[in-house]
Design a protein around this ligand. Structure first.
Ligand SMILES: C[S@@+](CC[C@H](N)C(=O)[O-])C[C@H]1O[C@@H](n2cnc3c(N)ncnc32)[C@H](O)[C@@H]1O
Length: 504
């Protein structure tokens, strides 16, 4: 168990993507009694995941989604026999009655804590669930008042993750939504000119800038507020819109994170992406979000195409991109040679955006757009030389993966290669942390599970793709699979020449 020391760049990345996941994880584990159900390491014998799920009366998958993260964060120990125990330091503070009360007092605040922008605009309490919530007072008490001393530094760190992590995401979200970050990025302001620019004022505005100061993003010099030097460097150019987009994605999970206990206990999905209407809305929005960052994803997908080309010529290849999203993966293969032909498969509503992106890259003459449902679609027999599954297997529930791989293997020509881009877990399934948080979101939206390289290898071998390799890309992994004897690359190609880069 280590106390985090991050740079501002690392913090911004964490606050935008995973801070709310972290608070929800700890809050849910506490409220479900998961910590209490675990034996303390070195005391009683450790327990299996199945036994832990039985003790807390939750689903196995839900229990696993929480526990793998708790192992990665160092609160729970996983031994070589895959048995679990609570780390003694954590046991000590979690069994401290006063500290426990302090944690439990935070519990009712999740929903109201998500209404910071409303509270700032109103400059006073917010009505929610038939009660009035002093949201500004809550943030002030947590961030701007000296904390009551906890039983240990580890306890304070736990409290910070439990209570403040998610609220830091809300501070950034509210500051972005209310125009404060944009105003401060463009120039220094007095509180008065900041008020005039954002339409905010009074206690709400004063608190929000003070919170940004506390996060190391803003600083006061005399009567003026400006971004800190570090924040100005980090939020220049396209970085601020990029940050705001990540925050708005995280915001979509807020309610479901607040009710994560229901999902872990009985797989009741608050944001259910298996509901076709919810999925269409969510992924149409996702497609425009990822189109906005097309250029950076294109660097990655072009590098993957170059990696495949090391072992298999792409000239004249028939490529199928399943769950194409923005088209960025298929388009990278289309741009690799003038003769590669790509079929882009996704929900019809998503393909509208893909069509525009493919046109912008001038590869529409070698494109086919195939709307359908990836859970049931027959992809044909031996029609494709390359099939790409880019960040799409995590949409399928684990029990649907064997059927999906069987359909894909059937559609692949004998010498064909399957290209999977995914977040692949370590063999112990206890990291990397960002991947596990991504997996938590997939679990809570009734979607897929993340796998280790050997778990992929086994499922692929079951459908005849017994030759597979896992090559790390920056931020995710590439799993390539084929029938025996088909050559596969083993190393990542160098980054593509940026002078040939093109974005939609
Ligand atoms: C996580 S996104 C990945 C997008 C893209 N491949 C990328 O890497 O950026 C998953 C994609 O699967 C698609 N998808 C989800 N459920 C689907 C379904 N039932 N049928 C077809 N496509 C689906 C979504 O529309 C979305 O574009």
């Amino acid at each position: 168990m280590t106390v985090d020391r991050r740079t501002l760049a690392q913090s911004l990345h964490f606050w935008a993507r995973n801070a709310s996941n972290e608070s929800a994880l700890l809050r849910t584990a506490l409220s479900l009694g998961l910590f209490d159900a675990l034996p303390v390491k070195g005391g009683a014998p450790p327990v299996s995941m199945t036994e832990l799920a039985r003790r807390i009366q939750c689903t196995h998958r839900g229990t696993r989604a929480l526990t793998e993260l708790l192992v990665c964060l160092g609160f729970v120990h996983l031994d070589d026999a895959r048995e679990l125990a609570l780390i003694p330091t954590a046991a000590a503070f979690l069994r401290d009655v006063d500290f426990r009360k302090r944690l439990e007092a935070q519990h009712p605040w999740w929903d109201a804590g998500g209404r910071l922008d409303e509270a700032v605009k109103q400059g006073g309490p917010v009505a929610h669930g038939g009660a009035s919530w002093d949201v500004l007072g809550h943030y002030r008490a947590l961030f701007l008042t000296a904390p009551a001393p906890g039983p240990s530094p580890e306890a304070e760190d736990f409290f910070d993750r439990f209570a403040r992590s998610a609220l830091r995401m809300q501070v950034l979200l509210a500051s972005g939504r209310l125009g404060l970050l944009e105003a401060l990025s463009s120039q220094a302001h007095t509180e008065q000119t900041l008020g005039a620019t954002t339409g905010l004022g009074g206690e709400g505005l004063s608190l929000l800038v003070a919170l940004l100061e506390q996060l190391g993003i803003a600083q006061q010099e005399g009567a003026t507020w400006r971004l800190t030097d570090e924040a100005r460097q980090l939020l220049g150019g396209k970085a601020l819109p990029y940050l705001l987009r990540s925050l708005s994605v995280s915001e979509r999970y807020w309610e479901a994170l607040g009710r994560l206990d229901e999902t872990v206990r009985e797989e009741r999905f608050i944001l259910d992406l298996k509901d076709p209407e919810v999925s269409q809305r969510f992924y149409a929005d996702n497609s425009s979000q990822i189109t906005a960052v097309f250029a950076s994803h294109f660097q990655l997908s072009r590098r993957a195409a170059a990696t495949v080309a090391q072992a298999r010529a792409l000239e004249g290849a028939q490529v199928l991109d399943i769950g194409t999203g923005s088209g960025v993966w298929g388009a990278a293969f289309a741009r690799a040679t003038p003769t590669t032909h790509v079929t882009y498969f996704d929900q019809a509503v998503v393909l509208e955006q893909v069509r525009r992106n493919v046109e912008a890259l001038k590869v529409s003459d070698r494109a086919r757009f195939w709307p359908g449902n990836l859970f049931t679609q027959d992809f044909g027999e031996a029609d494709f030389d390359l099939i790409i599954l880019p960040q799409v297997l995590n949409v399928l529930r684990p029990e649907d993966l064997p059927g999906m791989f069987a359909r894909v293997a059937r559609a692949l020509r004998p010498g064909g290669v399957l290209v999977i881009a995914e977040y692949v877990l370590d063999e112990r399934r206890d990291g990397p942390l960002d991947h596990l948080y991504f997996g938590l979101r997939r679990f809570m939206t009734n979607e897929g599970d993340l796998l280790s390289a050997s778990e992929y290898g086994q499922l692929l071998a079951d459908v005849g793709l017994s030759s597979s390799v896992c090559i790390p890309l920056p931020t995710q992994e590439l799993v390539l699979a084929a029938r025996p004897g088909v050559p596969l690359p083993t190393t990542l190609a160098p980054p593509p020449d940026s002078s040939r880069k093109s974005a939609a």
